[in-house]
Write a new protein. Sequence first.
Length: 339
Amino acid sequence: MAKAAATISDVARRARVSTSTVSHVINGTRLVSPEKTALVNEAIAATGYQPNALARSLARKVSNYVGIAISAITNPYFSDIICAIENECARLGLLVFLADTRDEPGHELAVVQALQERRVDGIILAPCGDPENATVRYLERSGIPTVLVDRFAESAFDHVGVENKQAVANLVSHIAGLGHRRIGMLGAQAGFSTTRERIEGYRLGLKRNGIGFDADLVQPSNMNFEATQNAVAALLKLANPPTAIITGNNLTTIGAVAAIRKAGLRIPQDISLAGFDDFEWADYFEPRLTLIAQPCNEIGHRAAQMLVERINGLTAAPRSVRLKSTLVVRDSCAAPAAS
């Protein structure tokens, strides 16, 4: 006959404390002396008692679920961050609800409200380029613990991202060091903080290298394949076209490669190409692509850790963590072709 599962009463009896004391130790709902806490933990180990997760969450008034609201979850960059968040949450004993915001303000607000209705303990959000920041303002009013990833918004929330401005400035310096003076820039989605910061970095890099800014060399791509192709075509039609192009993210990079090939140009013999967001296929392109690699695992881990700190009651001022990226130099940039 199978041995009956240990109960909270068995633990209390062995530790010689009340069942309420055992409950407080397990759920952290009241301060218990170190001596009694040690007795309870020893009794739990000896009896093999398994606390009921649902009962624990009800006692602590938490669900042990967190929500992730991120756009374009099939984008390798965001997929890597999501995996890192989920892994860290699992390590911390939390489960995850995932929602795709589609980068649409109305849909973003709807999915965040749906996550809140499911009583998640906190939310990790990559805010869309909404100038009104309606979702962020809603979360501030609701009081639910929130951490922003990748994109920054002025708010009462913590944020984890990378040093976009310095990363692109360094990339411009790398390309200028090869002899380029006409360097094009394909921005990603208008309204995103990351797009703005990367264009600021582009301008900073030009200034550092004594290159004047030409507004005609900056084109929006909107992270759309067709829009990217049109943006590259517009750059190549200029009376004085660029000899190198920088892309604002991985999706724009892929579109730019296709557009350059469609124009009958070779990379890097006719035009150099580099961009933001390294991805695992970059080594398999011909040529291999020079890209800025973001620390996706660290972004995800830090976001999850910061959210749990807020869930557990941290009331410090909002924190913004900016991690360093890495320039991965491959084969897609070379000295400009002789005119």
